[in-house]
Design a protein around this ligand. Structure first.
Ligand code: RFL
Ligand code: PHB
Length: 395
């Protein structure tokens, strides 16, 4: 079998790449380990940068996003018993973010690809990539009915997330990995209760970080900092609510509780792999880099990578290799900015286990500076809403 671009992974990166390539008249096949239902239900990110929203609108994916997405003009930072608003619109000349769940982005992308006649093979196993240093790289996989398939491609995109098979194919001698694991994790819940806030609350607390986010006018998303090896079995719903009540408490304000619909624990790490290309294999999204979720950047970075990759592949397939040659460098500027911002937000807001009084005092000083200095607040606002703006590359 033959296609132009073989794409491993039907997460946001792989699906958006397939859509952007289709808009350029380039055929692709997406292969995915999980079922469609699993991909559409996996609870993850919730915040889209200004530029990501614009990109989705520009490429015909804005209908449900415009109906159901909640535009937010700022966030709250809470510490030392005070809650402060950071006004993004005012600080950045009108920029905002949109709360629209990754589950919804993935549903929209799958729906669009299928109605455009795109091919997504769900529930494949034993995915392999081969002949990457030739002009005809090969993607092999086994369909759920047991058929082994071999796709001869012009290029392959490894959009298979952090635990995928593509990054490990790069020779060790070529790959540089820069990594940090944090000594904590996030316990996240989805709750059937109207949000108790109009905008996200990032809370610094001596018992650890907490975040109040949301999914809609009736569903809340909340997170707690927990130990890195914490088991979800130790966290009854009552214990989770009690801890959220304690860390988010503010005189005169109430956190409403509801039925817990989903709960999970996510480790926190910063990870950057370079180069993002080996021969005709290109990595994008979490396959190449991971940021801790405190900056709300992972999904946006994945989208930014493939926005650069689509025109690079388009040109490569027409015999012009320059953009493909600069793909890693193009992505890395934004990757490192987001990696720094996510590390900065994380370090400012979390308690290191065994952390001393100095850590606490430095965090509080930094937080006070951010909420009281226009320069400090503008830096947070500019990074959070996304900088520089995502554009569709013209060529
Ligand atoms: P994904 O979404 O992991 O998709 C990879 C896909 O590849 C499939 N796969 C394979 N398919 C075929 N063969 C194989 N051998 C395969 N191996 C893997 C997988 O099944 C999967 O479907 O990567 P992608 O597309 O790069 O997207 C990245 C984002 O998912 C991720 O960065 C964000 O979710 C991170 N993130 C956040 N990002 C934001 O921008 N804003 C946020 O508010 C935000 N919050 C979060 C987050 C991530 C979180 N968790 C759970 C890690 C909050 C949390 C709690
Ligand atoms: C979310 O709504 O899932 C979310 C929001 C902000 C973050 C991380 C996750 O920083």
């Amino acid at each position: 079998m033959r296609t132009q671009v073989g794409i491993v992974g039907a997460g946001p990166a792989g699906l958006l790449l397939s859509h952007l390539l289709a808009l350029r008249g380039i055929e692709s096949v997406v292969v995915e380990l999980r079922s469609r239902a699993y991909c559409e239900a996996r609870q993850r990110a919730g915040v889209l940068e200004d530029g990501t929203v614009r990109l989705l609108r520009e490429t015909g994916l804005g209908a449900r996003l415009d109906q159901q997405g909640l535009e937010h003009g700022g966030i709250y930072l809470q510490f030392a018993g005070e809650r402060h608003h950071i006004d993004f619109r005012e600080l950045t000349g009108g920029r905002s973010v949109t709360v629209y769940a990754q589950t919804e982005v993935v549903k929209d992308l799958i729906q669009q690809r299928i109605s455009d006649g795109g091919v997504i093979e769900f529930e494949v196993t034993d995915t392999e990539v081969d002949h990457l240093d030739t002009d005809r790289p090969v993607l092999r996989y086994t369909r759920s009915d047991g058929t082994r398939c071999e796709l001869v491609c012009d290029a392959i995109a490894g959009c298979d997330g952090f635990h995928g098979i593509c990054r490990p194919v790069l020779p060790d001698s070529l790959l540089t990995i820069t990594e940090r694991e944090y000594p904590y994790a996030w316990l996240g819940i989805l709750a059937d209760v109207a949000p108790s806030t109009d905008e996200l609350i990032y809370a610094h607390h001596e018992r650890g970080f907490a975040l109040h986010s949301l999914r809609s006018c009736t569903v809340s998303r909340l997170y707690l900092q927990v130990g890195p090896d914490e088991s979800i079995d130790n966290w009854s719903d009552d214990r989770i609510w009690a801890e959220l009540q304690c860390r988010l408490a503010l005189p005169g304000w109430r956190l409403e509780q509801g039925q817990v619909l989903d709960k999970s624990i996510t480790p926190m790490r910063s990870f950057v792999a370079t180069p993002m290309r080996y021969g005709r294999l290109f990595l994008a999204g979490d396959a190449a880099h991971i940021v801790p979720p405190t900056g709300a950047k992972g999904l946006n970075l994945a989208m930014a990578d493939v926005t650069a990759l689509a025109p690079a592949l388009d040109r490569l397939l027409r015999g012009k290799p320059e953009l493909a040659g600069s793909y890693t460098a193009t992505c890395l500027d934004r990757v490192w900015r987001s990696t720094h911002f996510s590390w900065w937000m994380t370090s400012m807001l979390h308690r290191t286990p065994g952390g001393d009084d100095m850590e606490m005092a430095l965090q509080l000083s930094q937080l006070r500076y951010v909420v009281s200095s226009r320069a400090g607040a503008t830096s947070l606002a500019e990074n959070y809403t996304g900088y520089p703006q995502l554009r569709l590359h013209e060529d």
